[in-house]
Design a protein around this ligand. Structure first.
Ligand code: ATP
Length: 477
């Protein structure tokens, strides 16, 4: 599975899906750029989410809030005081670690050594220390269990300190720091502060939702596993506002709906599961993750949280603006309760790559052969069809380009005339193109072409006039 993950990462780079940011300067850690195919795939994933959330639900609307927000937003949301990781530095290696992560690694080692009693006891002390925000206790645990720095091998640790995950920067040019703003660490707050704007201007009636896709930034200390944990990433979030007392009903509905949405991509369902939280944030009364079986294990892709009226109440308190809704059905004013669905677009992208990448053995008795295919659902495929003239002469390129021109406004299609046709098919397999359209000498006579299907490699002869419908049936939403 380690090797498989490596092949996913190298395939993503080789074919222009994902590049390390600023690679010519040796890269910027945990920041990535999406290439010519990656940006297409990402856009298709956004479309899939936006259509299913906003377009298909009459009572959900979308917004696009700014990344910068008034600094008080983050006081109200709790991020200034509470969005911290407990960090510890090793004085010899000068490396910084998350204290809880060091302890979790130790627990894993106890378990691997069959020391289950030690593992259970250590997990309990870790949870106690974390729940009490007791930094000194974390330090004592690290000392008592002889946890050493993975790099220097020494136990020469600093104290444990809180490290805020928000990036700060200056807006305007005041010298005294009064102009400090943050890059948002989540998109949700842009929705909460606009709750009344949208409700009033859109004449929304509870229950209703507000959806948003946008960048978020976290100064993650342990950044690893490719686009799994990034410092700049993209979220797709929806906040669903409902009447107090109905929230668990809606929570269950969204929990179910969101898993179905993942499964509708058509990949192996056994790689998806729920992980119910038994430890809840103080403002939540239910929370679940949807996890995917990555090559490095089951990990969170999406969270569904019942956040009560915590956020709106906080904003009401800090802004002194009423955040209430008048419910005409029961003749009452109240602060709505919120169910949130929050998915990381980059993690979703990674699930799709891991699901889609396959190496197929095509060996026959005569010769060894294999091919690498990205089996994307056609609607997600970056390129919908490749148009390939059989030869570079005799009017075939012109005919192929004629076809290309009729399709390119509606579909991302590619023209390729280089190399033998078999080689061109393989190139399209490797980027997940669902069909190849080959233009040959007969095409000039009878206006038909050969379609070759990615997954079955089956070929069929079709009329050029039918191509648009064929692509739409295959790859349209
Ligand atoms: P984790 O526990 O993995 O750090 P989280 O619980 O902090 O995640 P949330 O705050 O619930 O995550 O964010 C919602 C979603 O945003 C996550 O399910 C994940 O898909 C995505 N996400 C969060 N942090 C990152 C990151 N650093 N890089 C990429 N995606 C992220």
């Amino acid at each position: 599975t380690d090797d498989f993950f490596k092949s996913v990462v190298s395939h993503a780079k080789e074919y222009g899906f994902v590049f390390q940011s600023s690679e010519i300067y040796d890269g910027l850690s945990a920041v990535y750029d999406y290439g010519q195919l990656g940006s297409e795939l990402k856009n298709n994933l956004k479309t899939y989410w936006w259509k299913s959330m906003v377009q298909l639900n009459e009572n959900i609307v979308g917004i696009d809030a700014a990344i910068f927000m008034h600094p008080t937003t983050w006081k109200a949301s709790g991020h200034v005081d509470g969005f911290n990781d407990p960090m510890i530095d090793n004085k010899d290696s000068k490396k910084r670690y998350r204290a809880d992560q060091l302890i979790e690694d130790k627990i894993a080692r106890y378990e691997a050594d069959g020391k289950t009693t030690e593992a259970t006891a250590l997990l309990e002390s870790l949870n106690t220390a974390l729940n009490a925000d007791d930094l000194a206790a974390l330090k004592s645990i690290i000392e008592e269990h002889n946890i050493v720095c993975p790099v220097s091998g020494t136990k020469n640790w600093t104290e444990v300190r809180q490290f805020n995950l928000m990036f700060a920067t200056q807006m305007g040019a005041m010298a005294d720091g009064a102009d400090q703003v943050y890059l948002r660490p989540e998109t949700a707050q842009g929705i909460f502060v606009n709750f009344l704007n949208v409700q009033k201007t859109g004449r929304m009636k509870i229950p209703f939702g507000i959806a948003q896709i946008g960048k978020a930034f976290r100064n993650e200390v342990i950044a690893r596993q490719f686009i799994m944990r990034m410092r700049e990433f993209e979220q797709m979030e929806m906040q669903f506002f409902c009447r107090p007392g109905t929230e668990l009903e809606w929570y269950n509905k969204w929990k179910e709906t969101r898993l179905k949405w993942h499964l509708a991509l058509g990949f192996d369902p056994s790689n998806y599961r729920y992980h119910d939280h038994d430890k809840l944030a103080h403002y939540a009364n239910a929370a679940v993750d949807i996890e995917f079986n990555f090559p490095f294990g089951f990990k969170e892709v999406e969270g569904i949280h019942s956040r009560t009226d915590f956020d709106l109440k906080q904003h009401q308190e800090f802004s002194k603006k009423k955040m209430q809704y008048f419910d005409p059905e029961i003749n009452q004013n109240y602060i709505p309760y919120v169910i949130e669905t929050s998915i990381g677009l980059d993690r979703l992208f990674l699930t799709v790559l891991c699901n889609a990448l396959v190496t197929e053995d095509l060996s026959t008795e005569e010769k060894q052969d294999s091919r690498v295919v990205l089996k994307f659902p056609p609607a997600l495929a970056p390129v919908k069809a490749a148009i390939l003239p059989l030869t570079k002469k005799d009017g075939l390129p012109e005919k192929a380009r004629e076809i290309l021109n009729t399709l390119k406004l509606d579909y991302n299609v590619q023209y390729d005339e280089k190399d033998a046709i078999g080689k061109r098919y393989r190139r399209q397999d490797a980027i997940g193109t669902p069909i190849c359209i080959t233009v040959d000498y007969d095409s000039l006579q009878d206006n038909t072409v050969t379609i070759r299907h990615r997954d079955t490699m089956a070929q069929e002869r079709v009329a050029i006039a039918d191509l648009e419908k064929i692509i739409n049936d295959l790859a349209g939403w």
